[in-house]
Design a protein around this ligand. Sequence first.
Ligand code: ZN
Ligand code: ZN
Length: 409
Amino acid sequence: MQKKFEEYAKLLVEIGVNIQKGQTLIINCPVDCAWFARLCAKAAYAAGCREVVMGWGDDQLNREKYLHADSDVFDAVPEWRVRFCTDYAREGAAFLFIGGSDPEALKGVEQDRLVRSSRASGKALEEYRQLQMSNAIPWCVGAIPVPSWAKKVFPGCPEEEAMEKLWNAILTSVRVDGSGSAVQRWKEHLDTLQVRINKLNELRLESLHYTNSLGTDLTIRLPEDHVWGGGDGVSKAGVHFIANMPTEEIFTAPLRDGIDGVVYSAMPLSLNGELVDKFHFAIKAGRIVEVHAEVGEEKLKAETALDEGASYFGEVALVPYDSPIRNQDLLFYNTLFDENAACHLAFGEAYPECIRGGESMTREELKAHGLNDSITHVDFMVGTADLRITGRTREGKEVAVFTDGNFAI
Ligand code: ZN
Ligand code: ZN
């Protein structure tokens, strides 16, 4: 296993954030997984990193804070934290987020505290968030198992076995097998994604129509100058990086007011430490007008009401049902993995790169091109084995984009 761990750390550092000589690397990691952060730091220094700066996280301490800290803590972000993120981002540092969390870490926490905290950090960290969303800085989100998460994914197994199984599932998803060929495999994977991206961009679709047996019947119009992307991004400094590992999706942005119909979730969603399941939205002229969920309805309603843009959509992503992640037939209870096992949508902020020239546009210009703006961005899975997506070109021609859950183009 040690070899696989080293290969994974190297992959995150060299292909994920693609660390450059003389560049600072910020690593966020659960404190229980410090050993893995050390492997990443080692790989970064070997590649010429200037300095590795750590940010530690801990589910249980975070939970204690939300349960017991003074109420006014959730209305402000201390200046030093704003400076930490923003200054490093301005300098062009790379950010590696290694996630590993109990999907229900914040269950039972007062909703109002979470909402206020999201609003406060959304506002205080706006510049940092914009630099990240517009790919100005290289960033990468990866994951590492922790026992609470592993036991959720493999409920019948003792802790040690569950951890081993989750490690294997993660490493399979990111194409690491210990042979040292992961970097090469990723290059091939990116090439495959690019072929599909090119095809979709050539179609110049006007809209997409989703239907499946869950009851989804949704029409999504796309901005005239939308661009499909996926795989890697290019930072302001011209360096390629991969924002999510794994990534199987090809995505673009919908026209902010161009969505109508009903969409049903295909998988549970771990939303800020709580599960939401069996939900659907009714959408009119882009806006979510009804939210229904069998599990976690209040949570979901609060998130879609975080700000005005939270009730509009920011992402349309296509993932074939037949993907290395889906083929493991596992529910990860973690969006990084589950969103790469099924077609998904996101409500909230759109990525500027989804419009031609969007990365250098102002917020107002992006809005004028039909892109949504919000302090949140929540992906949820809608893809099923019988999902059908029919595209319509600007000339009115119908094209089968997805049939039976897989690409038809
Ligand atoms: Zn996505
Ligand atoms: Zn997303």
